[in-house]
Structures are given as C-alpha cells and as structure tokens.
Design a protein around this ligand. Structure first.
Ligand SMILES: *Cc1c(COP(=O)(O)O)cnc(C)c1O
Length: 457
C-alpha cells in the first residue's frame, strides 16, 4: 500500500466517518416525559417564598451535584455565562475594580467582569498547563485588583495552591471557571469551590449538558444567598428576606427549568463513565505522541485529575520541519470530512488571545464613552499585542487540539489518528514544500483554512 499523504493525493488512513456523539438516552427521554406530564415546566417565582429557589427537579439536581462532590451549595443557572456574571456580582465587584483574567479561554471568562463595571486585566498562561500562571498573576496585581477568574482549561487544573496563596496575601477573591472541568480533582478537592465561588457549563458541547445551562458552586453561605438573589429578581426579595447590603442584589432571570433539571439529573449519573473513557483514550494517545519528534505532550501534575474536554499538545515547527497549520491540515486530510466540530481530528491554535478583540482594542464595552475602562481616570489599560507572549505563541504556532478524544470513540479510532500523525510527520518536508509552492493558488489557500477553534466553547 502506498504511504503517500492524502493531502498530496495518496489514500487516506481512514474512510469511515467517526461516530458522532449521542448524548440523550432513554433515561433522559423518560425523565423529560415525567416533567411534561406533571405540567410544571418551571416552578420558580420571582419573589420571596417557597418558590424563590425553584421546583422539585431544580432542587433535586442541585442537591445531587452538591452531594456528589461535597460542595456546600450548588445553584443551577440557565448558562455558565450567567453563572459567571452572578459570581462577579455576588463577590461584590464595583465599577473600576480590576479582575485578573486569562486571555486564553472562551470570551465570557473575561467579559463577565464588564457587566458590573469591572475591568479585565490579562495575565499570561503557563505553557505547561495553559491556565493562568501564578507569577504572571502576581505581576498584574494593583491596589484596585479585587478578584481573579481562573479557568481550568481543556479539563486540566490550574496551579491552585499558588493561586490561593496569592489571593490570600493580597486579600482578593477567586472565581473558578471550571466549565471544561466537571468532576476534576486537585489534591482530592473537587475544582469549582477551591476558590470562593465557581462552577460548570452545561451547554451542548460540554461533557454533560442540558442544552444550555450551568451549575454554580460555593462553600460560602453568604455568596450562595447573594447568588440566588441575582439568579432570580433579588430586588423583589430583599425586604422580605431582610437583606441589609443591597449592593449587587438586582436580579435577572438566570433560572434553569424543571425540564432541563430532569435531563441534568440523568446526565450527571453518566459523567464519571464519560471522564473514564476520555481518560483511557487520552492516556493511550499520550503514550504514542510522546515518542514523536516535534510534539510535546503535557503532563498532569501528581495528585490532579483531568477531564479531557479537548486534548491539547504542543507542536514544534522547527523540529517537525513543517508549520503547525500545514501539519493540522495534512492530518485532517487523512480522515473523511468531519460532520461537525466534535469529529474534526485536529484543530490549531484555540482562541485568539481575548485582548486582541475589538472590545479591548477600542475599549468600548458599556455605552459609547469607554465605561468601565475610563472609570480609573488616572490609569491607562494596555491590551496591545505582546502583553501575553506565551498565549500568543500557543495561538500562533504551538497549540494543537484534538476534539476526538471523546465518547463514544474507542482506542481503534485513536490508533487511526496516531497513524495519520505519524504519516504526516514522516512526509513533513514534502508536504511543506508542496503546500508552500502552491500558496498563491486560491483553491489550495481555501483548503488550507482549517476549522477555526473559536467555536469551542
Ligand atoms: C463553555 C464555557 C463557558 C460558557 O458557558 P456557557 O454555558 O456556554 O455559557 C465559559 N467558560 C469556558 C471556559 C467555557 O468553556
């Protein structure tokens, strides 16, 4: 059999499409039907009283999540973006407060600060775990810093001991965005509430989901109460509930429905098995990748687990003899056209560093006059290219992600991926030369534009 790369006209490693993810089973269908028959699709009422905290399924789902991991409070929300906004409000962010954020994450992990007039200040990530680097965090602290939003990216864990030590030293709050890391442990502690408050996303693309949704967790009673006020029209409740501190108690409607909660209960029962399978696939993939020149796998620290939301590795263009984007393009050509993002074998770069978005470049967020960037009139915020060199390098040339280290695929599927990668690296020079010489031909350029990872959220 010819070993010619598919991108140069050879026979692809694989012709059979990858099995797509099937998330809803008979259990979810039955649970939804029961709620339908009860006719109570939501039991929330936007005022004080028995239904301020929602109905039966909402409360059952929350209790189940809290008990499974030992969180004191689990508070369901209609999206994790809502959950993050609530967290920012609950910890008491005010206009002009600075919040240290990661630039290498889904946009909401930083924009949520803005809704309360908080100003995202970006620190760089650690090249080994892709989460905020404690040293960089410390270098960004000013007298105005009130919080850090750390992101447990790709299902891995940030360096929590160091981050909590910094937070304690400077008396700042820690929000954990664990959207991609449900069921992940750091030194036997479940991520999400190692800091003050945090939580998980339940959107369709996450490990488990309720279509849209999220789960906020905290071990702090006061933060839990303030979160519930923001979730559900707090302004209507503060009198009856005798809330003294009115700040940030105006609520929205960030409530999850009974239908979604019924689905969530069944989904949560499946989470451990999903993480177990992903871990098996990932460990096999790592053992193969480790042997290849030009690829650096990441190491999970002892005493931490990983949920493998997406599998990250680093690519060395010099050692491999081809660019990262050529590599990704050539590997993907060894597979049939993907049906949807979750079947794309490799993706390059992840998201563009957040501070390069027009929002930060032009510093226009709320209204037309630069609020909240202008609140601290003596401070000029810098979002220019170059402020987070590690993130920029990962984005531009080093980071490769595989979204196919996922259920319900098997080791055999990953073997095809490994074979496609080996074949590509063996022909690196040849592929690189052909693609380079064709760089001015539009049809090749079109085919070079690989799937962008901006949609992974
Ligand atoms: C998915 C995701 C979010 C947003 O969650 P939604 O439920 O889609 O609102 C926030 N942060 C990270 C890191 C995510 O992956």
């Amino acid at each position: 059999m010819s070993n010619k790369p598919a991108i140069l006209g050879g026979i692809p490693v694989r012709s059979k499409p990858l099995t797509t993810r099937k998330t809803m089973g008979d259990e979810e269908k039955k649970a939804v039907l029961e709620v339908m028959e009860s006719d109570t699709l939501s039991a929330f009422i936007g005022g004080p009283g028995a239904f301020f905290e929602g109905g039966e399924k909402v409360q059952e789902f929350e209790k189940m999540w809290a008990n499974k991991y030992g969180f004191k409070h689990a508070i369901s929300v209609n999206s994790w973006t809502s959950g993050l906004m609530i967290a920012v409000g609950a910890i008491g962010i005010e206009p002009g407060d600075e919040i240290i954020c990661s630039p290498y994450t889904m946009s909401a992990s930083a924009t949520v600060a803005l809704f309360y007039g908080g100003i995202p200040v970006f620190a760089d990530v650690d090249p080994n775990n892709f989460c905020l680097d404690p040293t960089s965090i410390e270098s960004k602290i000013t007298p105005r810093t009130k919080a850090i939003i750390i992101v447990h990216l790709f299902g891995g864990v940030a360096d929590m001991d160091a981050i909590m030590a910094i937070a304690k030293k400077h008396n700042i709050k820690v929000i954990e965005d664990a959207a991609q890391a449900p069921g992940v442990f750091y030194k036997n502690k479940p991520v999400g509430a190692i800091g003050d408050i945090g939580g998980f996303s339940l959107n369709f693309h996450k490990h488990i989901h309720t279509g849209e949704g999220g789960m906020l967790v905290t071990n702090d009673d006061d933060l839990a109460l303030r979160s519930k006020l923001i979730r559900n029209h707090g302004e209507n409740c503060i009198e009856a509930m005798e809330i003294e501190d009115l700040s940030n108690t105006i609520g929205g409607n960030y409530r999850l429905t009974e239908l979604q909660s019924a689905i969530g209960i069944e989904q949560l029962k499946k989470l451990d098995a999903i993480i177990k399978l992903r871990t098996e696939l990932a460990e096999y993939f790592t053992s193969e990748l480790e042997q290849l020149e030009g690829i650096t796998t990441f190491q999970t620290k002892p005493n931490t687990t990983h949920a493998y939301y997406i599998y990250p590795f680093k690519f060395d263009q010099k050692k491999a003899g081809m660019t990262r984007n050529q590599f990704v393009k050539a590997v993907n050509a060894e597979f049939p056209q993907a049906e949807g993002f979750e079947s794309v074998p490799l993706v390059e770069g992840y998201v563009k560093p957040l501070y390069l978005a027009p929002l930060y470049q032009r510093q226009i967020a709320i209204g037309k006059n630069g609020f909240p960037f202008t609140v601290n009139s003596d401070v000029k915020y810098d979002y220019s290219k170059g402020i987070c060199p590690v993130t920029e390098r990962l984005y531009e040339s080093e980071m490769v992600l595989s979204p196919i280290i996922r259920d319900p695929l098997s080791i055999d599927d990953i073997k095809d991926l490994v074979q496609a990668i080996k074949k590509t690296l063996e022909h690196a020079k040849e592929i690189s030369n052909v693609l380079k010489s064709k760089i001015n031909s539009t049809d090749v350029l079109d085919s070079i534009s690989t799937v962008n990872a901006t949609n992974i959220k």
